[in-house]
Design a protein around this ligand. Sequence first.
Ligand code: FAD
Length: 368
Amino acid sequence: MYYDAMVMGAGPAGCMAARALSDAGFKVVLCERERLPRDKTCGGFLSPQAASLVEEAFGPIPASCRDVPETVRGARLLCAGGGDYELPFSGPGISVLRSRLDAHLAAHCGAEVMDACEVGDFRAERFHVTARLITGGREEKVEATYLVAADGAESMALRLLRPEFHRLYAATHLERSMLVLSQGEMDWDQEWIGLALVRKGMGIARFFVKGDLIGLAVNHDAARGWRDELDGLIALLGERTGLRLHGDVMRRISASNRMAAAGHYSLGAGSALIAGEAAGLLDPWGFGIRLALESGRVAAESLAESAGERITPHIRYRYRMQEILEREVKQRRDLSAGVGDLDTTSLSAGGSRAARRDRRALRRRFSR
Ligand SMILES: Cc1cc2nc3c(=O)[nH]c(=O)nc-3n(C[C@H](O)[C@H](O)[C@H](O)COP(=O)(O)OP(=O)(O)OC[C@H]3O[C@@H](n4cnc5c(N)ncnc54)[C@H](O)[C@@H]3O)c2cc1C
């Protein structure tokens, strides 16, 4: 089978790329490893910008994809040593169920969708990509002129296209997150997404309240299991919000994310472009849906604009992404300064040597 473009991964980046390529008249196939609708470890909070990007390309987000709370005002950060800081969105955001939203986007992306279909590997040459697909225990070969790889944090495409980048930045900076869903009560306004700095070196923990469901997401590694980190977060929330869980974990889902590698981007090579979290696109607080949508759209537009030209599309893609990447870098810089100010009352109180050391550590973390 021959297509103009193959898109790998049906998350927001892949669906947006498929939609924009189909709109430009390309014959597109979208391959997704999981059977749709599939679960994605995610809070499902869309900033106003992310919600508008979805609605511009796919129309209004149906009620069936929406979740409580109806509106989201931004994030609130709790620091273990004291400090509670608001990071408001520029307007109201919304909350969705990722499994339903992503399935909805895939169903309306205008491409031929192959789910339960893993891209086993591929070879990308100038204006020619050959991929081996694994579907229902069988293997199939697909050829295309272009590839948009949007295969998420543990991107196989990044490993194949940019092995040196993968070895140096992606693999070494992968964080493992565990999202635990439970029932309980806490004194927390659901319209705020919760972020917490519980312990230095373990990144940002996240929490949210959706109806009677409480979501707690912690990072973990080989040395410290998720249970220890979860206990730390529960203790902090117990103290600051009166969290009381009813019973133990109801459900848990594990995922990798590229939060610790934030600030290192790789946009692909030649006729194979990388979009979304596969490219390292995640904002400093670990929100990636907006960047996934933006990069998916820009990747598709760059392909469409360079079709018929002699230059390979990644040159145009890099150029077109410049503005977005500069915005991200600036946001990181602003946060770095902002967090520096907050920090004297966060991990350690006062102007002691320990407080100064904490401040430097936080600055490094946010300016990465
Ligand atoms: C705990 C947690 C909470 C989060 N909460 C939020 C939030 O509230 N708001 C927000 O904006 N961001 C949030 N994020 C980040 C957000 O989930 C991601 O940044 C976003 O999903 C990235 O979109 P994507 O399209 O790049 O990749 P993904 O959504 O990860 O999609 C990649 C797809 O590629 C498929 N795939 C992988 N390999 C292959 C293969 N070989 N062949 C075919 N298909 C393949 C996968 O199955 C997957 O469906 C959160 C992340 C975590 C870990």
